[in-house]
Design a protein around this ligand. Structure first.
Ligand code: NAI
Ligand code: MG
Length: 488
């Protein structure tokens, strides 16, 4: 863990709140340390926000809403363009900072914590510029899209910059104001982003950042009246709770809650390519990815071959310092996350599963490293098959043909994403149409540019969509004005 020095000095944001355009560090606040999960060393700290901070943030966001929502779209778009330019210029610093917070390999971090959020931001601005904000329908009624109001954004730690931008960009384009509560594991990049918002001149109160732990500060933000929409990404458990609180008030919630996504391989597909691609997509960010294809479903007669290919691919990962460009897998984001993953694997072994890999990597002397795991020989209802584990764990299951493959793929409470593989264009399309998931990828296709394809879940994977025009819609109310009698 020595190459970290190569990248210093990265300016780690100070422990401050950003409320109403002001940075503050009230002296009586508890500080939460932020660790680098590769070294277990403290790289910074953030403030545990209190009820006073929550109230101040909502007051600022409410006061800013009127002026901000009455600016022109072009004014807001120009500020978001400037934010995208700032993300571009400061992308390398942000990628390093995020890599240090999450433990994501720097090459991946550059792509998904800097370049991708920048392109998401630009794509949302383009969508907003061409959206139908106001029009007369076939009955002569004037349809007006209005910003929903103050947005509470609660984000997780796995792709933190992307997850913030995917909420902030459409909210601001729509004319909403935002109170952001980033994950306590990875809050520094949020403060970095707030500095960029401040620098490019986004007005005071339009973006507010209150840091703190979920069950304390997060819970206060959710329980306090003050928001018109809560947009949450994280666990099913917390999402369900937030949805209940919002639902009771008849306040809209959008929830992105993870998954247990299938990769279905039919017998006519190229097994080698399908398995290797699935391993790669499953183990991105050490498997801490809501849409990771974690259940590989192959023809029963190919199970052993699939296992051999997958296990070989898994052992080719280079674990190590996330800031070393030769590293291809970093640690898990926290000791809790590592223990959760190892617990699932131990329990599966106990029930007779075959686990290739899946042991702690202790050679570094520090850090929450786990060698990636390929799991076979488990029942379809084993927790390792049914639960979102959020680690480098790929389970391989056998199917007995097309219909059985569809059955297994859909036999999950989740429905975020799926991958389907067949050499036959008709069958692969049929398969894609039969899977209950918000995104289905055919034969290994990756996300096309611009990143406007809607992202979100069927079933317990959530409510609502992010990205593109569907993402923008979540931040808008719809008003029908009858009787204006425009000339049409
Ligand atoms: P979490 O759901 O507890 O945390 C996500 C965010 O919600 C964080 O900002 C956290 O501070 C906040 N939060 C937690 N409790 C809250 C409450 N009562 N009120 C308001 N905000 C609250 O997720 P956690 O504990 O970090 O990870 C646990 C599991 O969740 C993971 O192992 C994974 O399975 C899943 N997860 C799914 C994600 C996804 O992309 N959908 C992202 C992160 C985790
Ligand atoms: Mg939690």
């Amino acid at each position: 863990m020595t190459s970290t020095a190569l990248y210093s000095p990265v300016v780690v944001p100070a422990a401050r709140l950003y409320i109403d355009g002001q940075w503050s560090s009230p002296p009586d606040r508890e500080l939460i340390p932020v660790l680098n999960p590769a070294t277990e060393q403290t790289i910074g700290s953030v403030i545990e926000g209190t009820q006073d901070d929550v109230d101040a943030a909502y007051a600022a966001a409410r006061a800013a809403l009127g002026p901000w929502s009455s600016t022109t779209l072009e004014h807001r778009a120009a500020l978001l363009d400037a934010l995208a330019d700032a993300l571009h210029d400061r992308g390398e610093e942000l990628a390093i900072l995020a890599a240090m917070e999450i433990g994501m390999p720097i090459n991946e971090s550059r792509a998904v914590q800097a370049a991708f959020p920048e392109s998401v931001l630009r794509s949302i601005v383009d969508v907003a510029r061409t959206a139908r904000w106001e029009y007369d329908d076939e009955s002569g009624t004037t349809i007006v899209r209005e910003p929903i109001g103050v947005v509470l954004a609660i984000t997780p730690w796995n792709f933190p910059v992307h997850q913030i931008i995917a909420k902030l960009a459409p909210a601001l384009a729509a004319g909403c104001t935002v109170v952001l509560k980033p994950a306590e594991l990875t809050p520094l990049n949020a403060l970095f982003l707030a500095e960029l918002c401040d620098t490019v001149g986004i007005p005071a109160g339009v973006v507010n950042v209150v840091t703190g732990r979920g069950p304390t500060t997060g819970e206060m933000l959710v329980q306090t009246e003050g928001y018109d929409l809560v947009s949450f990404t994280g666990s099913l458990k917390v999402g369900r709770h937030i949805g209940e609180v919002a639902g009771h008030r008849v306040t809209r919630s959008t929830l992105e809650l993870g998954g247990k996504s299938p990769a279905v391989v039919l017998e006519d597909a190229d097994l080698e390519i399908a398995v290797r691609t699935t391993v790669k997509n499953c183990f991105t960010n050490a498997g801490q990815k809501c849409n990771a294809p974690t259940r590989l479903i192959v023809p029963r007669e190919s199970l052993e071959r699939a296992r051999t290919i997958a296990a070989a691919a898994a052992t080719s990962y280079v674990l190590g310092d996330p800031l070393d460009t030769s590293t291809t897998m970093g640690p898990l984001a926290s000791s809790d996350q590592r223990d959760k993953v190892l617990g699932y694997l131990d329990a599966a072994r106990h029930r007779g599963a075959t686990v290739d890999g899946g042991v702690p990597a202790e050679e570094f002397g520090a850090g929450y490293f786990v060698h990636p795991a390929i799991v076979t020989g488990v029942a379809e209802d084993d927790p390792v098959v049914t639960d979102e584990i959020f680690g480098p764990v790929l389970v391989i299951l056998g199917h007995d043909g097309f219909d059985d493959a569809v059955r297994i793929a859909n036999d999950t409470p989740y429905g975020l994403s799926a991958e389907v593989w067949s050499a036959d264009a008709t069958r692969v399309e049929d398969l894609a149409r039969q899977i209950k998931a918000g995104q289905v990828r055919v034969n290994g296709v990756r996300s096309p540019q611009p990143p406007v394809a809607p992202f979100g879940g069927y079933k317990a994977s959530g409510l609502g969509r992010e990205l593109g025009s569907f993402g923008l819609d979540e931040y808008l109310e719809t008003k029908a004005v009858l009787g204006l009698h425009h000339n049409s």
